[in-house]
Design a protein around this ligand. Structure first.
Ligand SMILES: [Fe+2]
Length: 248
């Protein structure tokens, strides 16, 4: 089974990811070289980046065409890394544009704020569930705030059936020991978790192979499941909105 990336800034010129189609292709080629078969293109849907998601499907088509022209074998899906303060600005049809999973089990990648979880994040996640979407929490290990509030926010999400997406660079220790330890604790705790590169280009290239080595060294048996079975399961089977998901 190939790997799948559910958090990856692949589309050019939209956010702090690649600035040109050439940089996008370099990212895609690096991902394909380490065994990735599917990338969900997740630009920041954020007040300072993409606010009109209707432009994204055409951008994805252009990237697919260039991949075909350059004979880079990758499937690309249209997604977005949704900032929690955008939730109330998007209509259901707009959320659908960046959602994944089969009908009735659609989910969104909701960005954990680097300043730490707060009531606004939980309210946004609850609002998505009320509107029929499940939630995949993007890089919760990078939202470390006061320990008690951090765990409370995560427990709220896990109880509600959310999945977690942990960054590959976090498990390698690139962001320090505190974040690495948090990432490993979350992977042990969450019933359903996937590791993704959150690649942007520059220093943040695809890192699933590095993450796999780091997880194996940290004692995870069958660490590959975090980068193949788990993300493909999310894409194929989705998440319930507001119901605890059975263990992976
Ligand atoms: Fe991201």
């Amino acid at each position: 089974m190939s790997y799948a990336e559910i958090h990856f800034h692949l589309l050019p010129g939209l956010d702090d990811g690649p600035s040109s189609i050439e940089e996008s292709m370099a990212l895609a080629a690096a991902a394909a070289a380490e065994g990735t078969g599917t990338i969900v293109a997740t630009p920041h849907v954020h007040p300072e980046h993409v606010t009109d998601v209707s432009i994204l499907p055409d951008q994805v088509h252009e990237v697919r065409a260039q991949l075909a022209a350059e004979r880079i074998r990758l499937r690309v899906r249209c997604g977005g890394e949704l900032a929690h303060n955008m939730v109330w600005r998007l209509a259901a049809s707009e959320l659908e544009t960046i959602a994944h999973g089969p009908p009735g089990r659609r989910w969104l990648l909701l960005e954990a704020p680097f300043a730490g979880f707060d009531d606004g994040y939980t309210a946004a996640a609850d609002e998505l569930r009320a509107r029929g979407f499940g939630v995949v929490v993007a890089h919760p290990e990078r939202a470390l705030g006061p320990g008690e509030a951090w765990w409370a926010a995560i427990e709220h999400e896990l109880t509600a059936g959310s999945a977690l997406q942990i960054n590959a660079w976090s498990v390698t220790g690139c962001y320090g020991e505190q974040i690495r330890s948090a990432a490993l604790a979350l992977l042990r705790r969450a019933p359903l978790a996937a590791v993704a590169s959150d690649a942007h280009g520059g220093a943040r290239m695809p890192a699933l192979t590095l993450a796999l080595d780091a997880l194996t060294s940290s004692g995870f048996a069958d660490a590959r499941r975090f980068i193949d079975a788990a993300p493909y399961r999310l894409l194929a089977h989705g998440l319930p909105a507001g119901v605890r998901e059975a263990a992976a």
